[in-house]
Design a protein around this ligand. Structure first.
Ligand code: PHE
Length: 343
């Protein structure tokens, strides 16, 4: 082999190795480049060394010298690259520990469901008016949901199409009446439960879920929440009911709220009213209310000649929707975090 060719090849190899080591961005690429150029068996430097045998004798010293220089050049390029990669590694560790400008690990915080928030707020308001909070079961019997509330057997409110009767639960409990148990359709059941156990005076509210087989649309949902109020004492009047509802509405929505009563009918109140409130230029239905019917007082063993009382039942979703400008009740139960996170 001619000396010049050999020298050219060495030069080319040196340049190729320098650029390969220079480009190696991580330890794997660097190692691959090391094997290519400096590998003890098949490395390119090794194979060039083997060609020295075919160089003319008088050219050998020159070729050997040039070979050693190139070898040094390639090894130096490799060491520099290795050094650089070590530095970067330790740099990144140092950065992770000391770069105070990096954003910290953030935790995503959940928030309380808007309906639960509303319930908490309503409890707070009614608590200030002297009402204590009681709870009742969501699975009810015929007595508490209808009979004691003066709802006779043939009343349309008892229709199987208007209620979620629990036929299997009733059957397995051995009850004679196959439609004896149901998901309560109103929180008025709690009035009965409280009066059965407590002597007057009474001043309670109860908040919870009620169920009706309505088709879901913007204003209906088969499950919703009611707040039930009951006050029993001597000389309680419709005027007291109106005052309490007005105080309740102004506490929740603000001082510019007006209340009005429209005559209505409920089997368990007499007289019965539909309460509306006026807020932000609009009359909105508040819920049903009235003076507790003497038949109901008798059913729980009270003397209607001695005590009177009022009761009301209001929709919780409706209040929350009005306050926050929500126009579709279904939004509350879709579990879309983008909606829920706004409250
Ligand atoms: N329970 C009635 C309803 O669900 C509301 C109501 C409660 C009416 C108390 C009068 C008294 O519609």
């Amino acid at each position: 082999m001619a000396l010049q060719d050999f020298l050219d090849q060495l030069d080319e190899l040196g340049t190729a190795a320098e650029s390969a080591f220079g480009d190696a961005a991580d330890t794997e690429t660097l190692e691959a480049a090391r094997v290519t150029f400096l590998g003890a068996k098949k490395g390119r430097l090794k194979s060039i060394q083997q060609q020295m045998g075919s160089i003319e004798r008088e050219d050998k010293p020159m070729a050997g010298k040039a070979f050693n220089a190139t070898k040094g050049r390639i090894e130096a390029a490799f060491e520099a690259a290795q050094q650089r990669s070590n530095n970067t590694d330790s740099d990144s560790v140092a950065n992770a520990q000391f770069d105070a400008s990096l954003p910290g690990a953030t935790f995503r915080c959940g928030n309380v469901h808007p309906i639960t928030q509303t319930i908490e707020e309503l409890k707070e308001i009614m608590g200030r008016l002297g009402f204590s909070i009681v709870d009742g079961p969501e699975i009810e019997d015929d007595w508490h949901n209808f009979v004691a509330l003066n709802i006779p057997d043939d009343h349309p409110a008892r229709d199987p199409l208007e209620n979620f009767y629990l036929a299997t639960a009733a059957a397995s409990s051995g009850a004679k009446d196959p439609v004896g148990l149901l998901l309560r359709s109103q929180t008025s059941t709690v009035q009965i439960r409280v009066m059965e156990k407590t002597a007057p005076p009474i001043r309670i509210i109860s908040l919870g879920r009620v169920y009706r087989p309505d088709t879901a649309d913007a204003t209906h949902y088969p499950m919703f929440h009611q707040i039930e109020g009951l006050m029993i004492d001597t000389n309680v009047s419709l005027a007291d009911l109106k005052s309490v509802l007005r105080l309740f509405a102004t506490s929740y929505l603000g001082d510019d709220v007006t209340i009005r009563f429209r005559p209505s009918f409920f089997p368990f109140t007499e007289p019965s009213v539909e309460a509306d409130y006026y807020w932000n230029g609009q009359w909105v239905e508040f819920g049903g209310a009235g003076m507790v019917d003497p038949n109901v007082l008798k059913a729980v063993g009270y003397d209607p000649e001695e005590v009177t009382g009022f009761a009301f039942g209001l929709g919780v979703e409706r209040l929350c929707m009005r306050r926050h400008g929500v126009t579709d009740i279904r939004e509350f139960y879709k579990n879309d975090v983008r909606f829920l996170a706004q409250f």
